[in-house]
Structure formats: structure tokens, C-alpha cells
Design a protein around this ligand. Structure first.
Ligand code: SF4
Length: 138
């Protein structure tokens, strides 16, 4: 059992979540959406685009890797009345809002609850499932 498993959390009873695809987490202030080479390849294939063209037009280099690009207003380059790559979106998007940086503090979690209408809806994620998702992002 690791340190992360061996304590209680505010989500011990689980959290309901179902993304409503509202785009609130894909728009707004600029940010970083990390993309692995395998994810870039999958997105390029989904868009019927060569990997080279994808890399030239859809990502930017960041310290230690690459991030999806953004439009001038800060929104994700793939957000246009919905996510254009939803079935193959990067792990960072797939694991939201169950991020360590969000779950480590209940105050931070409550901020995200106010921004994300998917929290409190849909199926119940158990504490163990949430911790597994958190672990997968390390
Ligand atoms: S803010 Fe929540 S409901 Fe809206 S797109 Fe993001 S994860 Fe889905």
C-alpha cells in the first residue's frame, strides 16, 4: 500500500462525474495540455492528418515535452462548439477533474466544482477508482 492509499480523503464515499462537454475546462485562460508522442499520433490519425502536419500545426513545445496549441483567446486549438478530438483526447483531458493538483485540497476541489457542471452527475467513481486515475497521471 502506498502513501497515497493510506489515508482518508474528502472523497472516500466516491464522487459522481459525467462530462457534459460544456467546454469550460477547454476554454478561458491559457494553459498547458500535455501530449505524448503516442497521443499525437492517435489524434493525427483521427483527424486524417499526417503526424508531421499535426506536429507543425497543433502542438507547441514546452519544458520537458509538448502541449496542444491554443487559439488567440486561450481556448484549446481543438475546441469548436465541442471537442474535435474527444474520442482520442489526451490523458490530461480524460482524467480531469480527478487530478492530484485538484484533489489534494478540498478548497481547490470546491473551486473546480463551481466550474465543472459534470461533477455531481453521472456514475459514482469510488475512492479506489479516483486514486487509480490519480496514480495514472504520475
Ligand atoms: S468543465 Fe466539466 S463538464 Fe465541462 S467539458 Fe470540462 S470536464 Fe466536461
Amino acid at each position: 500500500m502506498t502513501e497515497i492509499d493510506n489515508r482518508s480523503y474528502f472523497f472516500d464515499a466516491g464522487i459522481r462525474f459525467q462530462c457534459q462537454q460544456c467546454g469550460a475546462c477547454c476554454t478561458g485562460a491559457p494553459g498547458v495540455v500535455r501530449v505524448s508522442p503516442a497521443e499525437a499520433e492517435a489524434m493525427a490519425a483521427f483527424l486524417n492528418m499526417s503526424v508531421q502536419h499535426f506536429m507543425e500545426t497543433a502542438v507547441r513545445e514546452i519544458k520537458g515535452g509538448m502541449s496542444l496549441g491554443e487559439k488567440d483567446d486561450g481556448r484549446c486549438i481543438f475546441y469548436e462548439e465541442g471537442c474535435r478530438v474527444y474520442p482520442v483526447r489526451p490523458a490530461q483531458c480524460r482524467t480531469y477533474p480527478f487530478w492530484f493538483s485538484v484533489l489534494r485540497s478540498e478548497d481547490r476541489w470546491q473551486q473546480v466544482v463551481r466550474q465543472c457542471p459534470g461533477i455531481g452527475r453521472g456514475r459514482l467513481f469510488s475512492r479506489e477508482e479516483i486514486l487509480q486515475i490519480v496514480r495514472s497521471t504520475f
